[in-house]
Design a protein around this ligand. Sequence first.
Ligand SMILES: [Zn+2]
Length: 248
Amino acid sequence: MSGRRRLLASIHDVTPVHTARLDRLVPLVEEAIGPGRFALLVVPDFHKQGLLTADPGFGRRLRGWSDAGCEMFLHGFTHLDESRHDSSVARWKATRMTAGEGEFLGLSTHDAETRIAEGRDMIEQLIGRSIAGFVAPAWLYSEDSIAALAAQNIRMIEDHFRVWNPQTSAVLARGPVVTYASRSPVRIASSILWSRLATMLLARAQTVRLAVHPHDVDSPRLLAEIARALAAFARSHRPSPYRDLVPG
Ligand SMILES: [Zn+2]
């Protein structure tokens, strides 16, 4: 294993709403790369049906994962895009790149700041330590939301192609994220193809990001490929925390 090559694995959409799916997904990731060696992207009130503070048992699980070493990222607040999109680019992204999940694509700076501050406080009170950063639902950001993240002193965010600091614009890692879509048989098939290619194409990449979602467990084929890809990358890359990307 190369000491310098890093695997940054993450589980998206961590919410009490997905408890049953997380019960299957977390052990699979732990089995492949070890407990505490992946990031969790936490949604404070997923689809307005999963307020973290209303489920103390789930809060204790979050704390346990955090104590085991998992980094926690704030991942939107509701994960729902309820904004009216005035620009055609935003409208295109909102409808073509996600099924109504791009919460941070259309928020004003003020509204984004409110959600970031509330969400961060909720998670940090549960885990008793700081969050590592923020990842927008569907990896979609508006200019205003990036300004809001910088104003709220968030120092690490990521999209499909890079990890960066919104305050300084310093890029911490580049490269496509390996992720999986479970919404239809065609998407499942193309996800598996991309994952197989990626384990070859990215075998020598300095940093590999691999992201999984609770709904991935609905497809046995996806789950098998995720386990294979994680194990393959873990042979060439050290499962690492995102904080290792920060120089010094
Ligand atoms: Zn998400």
